[in-house]
Design a binder for this molecule. Structure first.
Ligand SMILES: [Zn+2]
Length: 155
């Protein structure tokens, strides 16, 4: 019997690990991730949570529209690589930008929307404020980000 329990534990661990999906659990403020890119994305969700899910605020959405408008319209063509990424991000031009995204909670299949875009922006910046366009820096808790990078990536 103990052997069977041992086998079950080992098997479930392997299944879990090979699924390869990171996630952020907001109830326990716990991150599970497997590589630095995945960890940065999940740290993004933790920063969003700490900031009161600021990715769902009008201010954040206005900054997204302002950034892409200024970069694309006033400059004449897009000079910043993030403009295309933001404009073509799933759900950017639909109401789901402002909807809560349940995929944050676990192994969801969908992606897109404001929460996922916010988390990916931290990934695009490589977790560094100097790589983040100045319009978005205030929306991230950089103290928390650097602490979580130390904990989950630079261990
Ligand atoms: Zn996510």
């Amino acid at each position: 019997m103990p052997v069977l329990v041992f086998v079950v534990i080992c098997t479930s661990f392997l299944l879990f690990d090979s699924s390869g999906r990171g996630y952020y659990n907001p109830v326990f403020r716990r991150i599970v991730c497997h590589d630095s890119g995945e960890c940065l994305h999940e740290i993004g969700h933790a920063s969003d949570h700490r900031m009161g899910w600021i990715s769902e605020s009008n201010e954040f959405h206005q900054s997204l529209f302002y950034f892409t408008y200024v970069d694309y319209t006033l400059v004449g063509n897009s000079s910043h690589p993030w403009t295309g990424r933001i404009l073509f991000y799933p759900c950017f031009f639909s109401p789901c930008l402002t909807e809560k995204n349940p995929t944050v909670w676990g192994f969801g299949t969908g992606w897109g929307g404001g929460r996922e875009l916010y988390a990916d922006m931290l990934l695009w910046s490589d977790g560094k404020p100097e790589n983040m366009p100045v319009e978005f820096r205030e929306y991230f808790d950089w103290d928390l980000v650097s602490r979580l990078i130390e904990k989950y990536i630079e261990r």
